[in-house]
Write a protein of this length. Structure first.
Length: 616
């Protein structure tokens, strides 16, 4: 459809919304999207919060209050218009697997295609032993066996797939910084990998069109709760509540829309937690989907048809057309600026100036503000590594040397490569060209055998389960695991090396032709890499010289799967970048552009490393 008629419909929809009276008894047509003109028929919700668990060391303080507050908000929001029993509350002892699935399935079964469904879960989340699925812990779950009584991510997605509803919003707060005082090694290992939990949460948004997943934190962060947040809530729920009550209504049209709520929640949670926690949103949804009315501006309308009432002042019509035209101008400008900023052939100053001008030209209610700021950071970071090669590479590509630790290292020549992916997660975008100087990188992941020599030479503390790892040395060189970032950094420095930057790591993994995986664009299989595997002790790990079919263009092994690899780069202000995926991840995690992060003091059985050094 041509752009201008769409904008006319938007303006007309906004005009009718400002003229129509609010619906009272009818439960149909409670909202109209101001951008698309699509109506929201009715609203349903299930609000789950578990603060008290049978396994008392799991107890939280405010998860039940979070669920109660959101439930009460929506009941009050639609009082007299939508029956209160369309909003279900399940907390603490009530929150068994059977009760939760009953309420969720019933609401999703009753909701019609035009209806909005809100599912809110505030409780602990844990991956299963394989790391392939995520379980929300119910009141009577055993944290060491979440598969027994927990609600799996797949359980929820199956219910959603059966529903006729096509507007589904999930508020997910499953990665809490709660007690987890159990001494079980399995529980501790699972709890440590908050990044996996959050990745599985946001991936739910890709299940089908019309789903928006707003999760409380990103990467390896944990959700914060306490009395300082709205008098006793999680920081995430506190921000949601203030946003829904009107603080998120940036355009002042009387509606809190999906993107407005996310933008407000992101800024507010980051402020409340001093940057420790950063919410994420995923999915294919209407940015302008209304979730609440503020009582200011236009009231929430029932969809109206037919001519506009006579004798009505239409002086505001041209203002609405101007708003629509401004929105189109902004979208056109963003498309051009985004493409321009990705051109590494253009000077850094010009690209940053273009982004600054875009933000200055569209300062109010700009849905691309966060993306533009992120792109500015990427351009800045690019400069740190995008140096024009000052010399010819001393050896041809693939030429090997031997590092001081005895490990073979391969030359990656200077030059450009394609970094990132436009089809991946938000933190991989945009796809761009980056220039690096030549460097050497280990051909294999650092093995247990090499790390044993390092411990002997330096008397550094042994990693967890060290004796079990060493027992496997005789049957082949497997990568050392359970090493923190600090361990990996110390190893590399001891031998005159360093950890690779994530830019170096990605170039070494995918070469210069923009391939999706180290071996090319063919989807991963068991001949390429070790992934999607259940943990069966350290014997699960592949020897560092295996999976020849999965080598990178430079002849490097295991740049996908086997173990995550530490890099020297910061993921955010408290975590370091991990690359490559591991034995327990699915195929989506072993893409060469996939980024993850973890606390540099944390370790687990899926994390190792390799070293790099300058080619000088």
């Amino acid at each position: 459809m041509p752009r201008q008629p769409v904008l006319s419909l938007i303006a007309a929809g906004l005009l009718l919304a400002s003229l129509a009276p609010p619906a009272l008894a009818d439960t149909r047509g409670v909202f109209v999207s101001p951008a698309t003109g699509v109506s929201v028929g009715s609203v349903w919700g299930v609000f789950i919060g578990v603060s008290k668990y049978q396994q008392k060391e799991l107890n939280l303080k405010y998860a039940d209050k979070d669920a109660q507050a959101l439930h009460d908000f929506f009941v009050k929001q639609f009082k007299g218009r939508i029956p209160a029993d369309q909003f279900r509350l399940v907390t603490n002892e009530q929150a068994t697997r059977g009760r939760i699935l009953k309420e969720v399935s019933e609401v999703l079964r009753l909701a019609q295609p035009e209806d909005l469904v809100i599912l809110s879960l505030a409780q602990h989340g844990l991956p299963d032993a394989s790391g392939h699925d995520l379980y929300f812990l119910t009141y009577n779950s055993d944290a060491n066996l979440p598969e027994d009584q927990g609600i799996s991510r797949d359980d929820l997605l199956k219910q959603i797939a059966r529903s006729k509803a096509r507007k589904i919003v999930l508020f997910l707060d499953a990665c809490h910084a709660g007690a987890f005082g159990a001494s079980s090694t399995l529980l501790a290992m699972r709890n440590a990998n908050a990044a996996d939990i959050n990745r599985m949460l946001v991936s739910m948004g890709q299940a089908q069109d019309g789903i928006a997943v707003l999760s409380a934190s990103s990467a390896a962060e944990r959700s914060q709760e306490g009395p300082q947040f709205c008098g006793g809530h999680g920081a995430f729920t506190c921000a949601l509540l203030t946003g829904l009550k009107g603080a998120a209504d940036n355009d002042g049209n009387g509606l809190v829309q999906m993107r407005e709520l996310y933008d407000h929640t992101y800024r507010e949670v980051k402020r409340l937690t001093t940057g420790y926690q950063n919410p994420e949103i995923q999915g294919r949804y209407d940015n302008s989907l209304p979730l609440a009315a503020t009582g200011k501006g236009a009231p929430p309308p029932s969809p109206q048809t037919g001519p506009a009432p006579t004798g009505v002042d239409l002086s505001g019509y041209h203002d609405l057309e101007a708003v629509a035209a401004r929105a189109e101008q902004r979208e056109q400008a963003w498309g051009k600026v985004q493409a321009f900023a990705g051109k590494t052939s253009v000077s850094r100053e010009k690209r940053l100036a273009a982004l600054d001008k875009f933000l200055a030209d569209f300062p109010d209610d700009n849905p691309h503000a966060a993306e533009a700021e992120a792109l500015k950071q990427q351009v800045h970071a690019e400069v740190l590594v995008a140096k024009a090669p000052a010399y010819e590479a001393p050896r041809q590509m693939g030429k090997e040397i031997t590092g001081r630790d005895g490990a073979p290292m391969v030359l990656v020549p200077a030059g450009e490569f394609i970094m990132g992916s436009n089809d991946g997660d938000a933190d991989e975008k945009p796809e761009r060209r980056v220039t690096l100087e030549a460097f050497y990188i280990d051909k294999y992941e650092v093995s247990t055998k090499l790390y044993a020599t390092f411990i002997q030479d330096t008397r550094r503390a042994q990693p967890s389960d060290w004796s079990q790892q060493v027992a496997l040395v005789g049957s082949g060189d497997r990568p050392v695991v359970n090493v923190t970032w600090h361990d990996a950094d110390a190893y590399c420095r001891h031998y005159g090396k360093r950890l690779p930057t994530e830019q170096e790591w990605e170039k070494a993994a995918r070469g210069t032709d923009g391939r999706k995986y180290p071996w090319g664009n063919e989807e991963p299989s068991s001949r390429h890499a070790l992934f999607n595997t259940r943990w069966n002790g350290y014997g699960t790990l592949a020897t560092v010289e295996s999976y020849e079919a999965g080598k990178s263009p430079y002849g490097l092994y295991h740049m996908a799967g086997n173990v995550w690899e530490w890099t020297s780069s910061d993921y955010d202000n408290s975590t370091k970048v991990l690359r490559g995926g591991s034995w327990h991840n699915n195929a989506g995690y072993v893409r060469s552009a996939y980024r993850s992060g973890d606390n540099p003091s944390r370790w687990n059985a899926g994390t190792g490393f390799r070293c790099a050094q300058d080619a000088r």
